[in-house]
Design a protein around this ligand. Structure first.
Ligand SMILES: O=C(O)CCC(=O)C(=O)O
Ligand SMILES: [Fe+2]
Length: 352
């Protein structure tokens, strides 16, 4: 789905809507440790909390794109291929965040029902970190491909976290060590479907939020994702579309990165609005691999001698809980529409 072929199968993203331009980073350059590319990545995460990652032109990226196509097929099989009674057997709840969320389960800012459905695949179940629970048939049947997708997406996540370590003057591997793939983390692969909205009644489908994990690797083909540019008030006219690009993933940081880095890295508010122009007529699918901290990891800011992460100033507060408690309270907030998420981070630093 995120390949050029998939983009050619749908109406183009219109030219006349205002978009939020993100730097486009090349995975091939990050893999070869290109210093300029790495600086751009860090600067983009400080300034926007988002970046575009072009996966084309290297085996790791091209493989992930092919696997993402397969994941879009699985998303379709689960969402439109199963009837609602079947999907509701796997219903998600704030305590059990994985599984199926029907259309309307969460609320938008206006208290209206959302306009998307989602199946959240439990990373830990697929990787064998926790005992397996029942899953819809298409998930069970594609278990091996989902596992491979998760492993490959996670590897790209580690590459990015290692680059962030370097710019924060943390020992290489520090950030990745807080979210190892073989430990329970509640990381999840979210398979989302947004049906076309009726003409004359188009609005926000997924409320403005920040992700609460560390890093999300997102694919979509149809527009709709919007971000609130830094410094602007959350009013409808201020939100900007992010234009999906063939061959690219959208990367965004979550709140855990803000907590650990004392606000150096940014997590930015985003939402899903209706798709612009002729794209509004299409079903919109998206695939979000959300990497989250290991449950037992502290959410306090990292205290590593020699790093650029500032120590607490008088009066400054930090979280004093583990990632598991923190994740549960964030999930409850998001599901009830009471998430008080705000864009945060972007604190200036001195060079290492
Ligand atoms: O559907 C999208 O493009 C965004 C989804 C999202 O923000 C999320 O799952 O956290
Ligand atoms: Fe999100």
């Amino acid at each position: 789905m995120p390949t050029t072929k998939a983009f050619e199968a749908v109406a183009p993203f219109p030219e006349d809507v205002s978009v939020y331009e993100l730097p486009r980073l090349l995975l091939s350059k990050l893999l070869s440790n290109d210093p300029e590319q790495s600086r751009e990545l860090f600067a983009s995460f400080q300034a926007h909390g988002f970046a575009l990652l072009d996966l084309q032109g290297c085996a790791e990226g091209d493989d992930l794109l092919q696997e993402a196509e397969k994941m879009f097929e699985v998303t379709r099989e689960v969402t439109v291929g199963l009837d609602v009674e079947e999907k509701m057997k796997y219903e998600a709840s704030p305590k059990q965040i994985f599984g199926y969320s029907r259309i309307g389960k969460t609320k938008t800012e206006d208290g209206l029902p959302d306009r998307f459905e989602c199946y959240g695949v439990n990373n830990d179940d697929i990787l064998g970190n926790v005992p397996p629970t029942p899953k819809p048939e298409p998930i069970e049947r594609n278990r091996e491909s989902i596992k491979s997708y998760i492993e490959n997406a996670y590897e790209i996540g580690v590459l990015i976290m290692n680059q962030l370590d370097e710019h924060l003057c943390l020992p290489r591997g520090t950030l990745a060590s807080l979210q190892r793939l073989d430990r329970p983390s509640r990381s999840q692969l979210r398979m989302l479907r947004y049906p076309p909205q009726p003409e004359g009644d188009r609005r926000t489908a997924f409320l403005g939020h920040t992700d609460f994990g560390t890093l999300t690797i997102l694919f979509n083909v149809i527009g709709g994702l919007q971000i609130l540019p830094p410094g602007l008030e959350a009013k409808d006219e201020n939100w900007r579309y992010i234009k999906p690009e063939p061959g690219c993933a959208i990367l965004n940081l979550g709140d855990a990165m803000v907590e650990w880095t004392g606000g150096i890295l940014r997590s930015n508010l985003h939402r899903v609005y209706f798709a612009p122009g002729a794209q509004a007529e299409y079903e919109r699918y998206s695939l979000a691999y959300a990497i989250r901290p290991e449950g037992s990891v502290s959410m306090k800011r990292l205290n590593v001698p020699g790093s650029l992460i500032p120590t607490l100033n008088d009066g400054e507060q930090e979280l004093d809980c583990d990632a598991s408690e923190w994740g549960t309270s964030k999930a409850i907030g998001l599901m009830s529409g009471k998430d008080t998420a705000r864009s945060r981070g972007g604190r200036a630093i001195m060079a290492c």
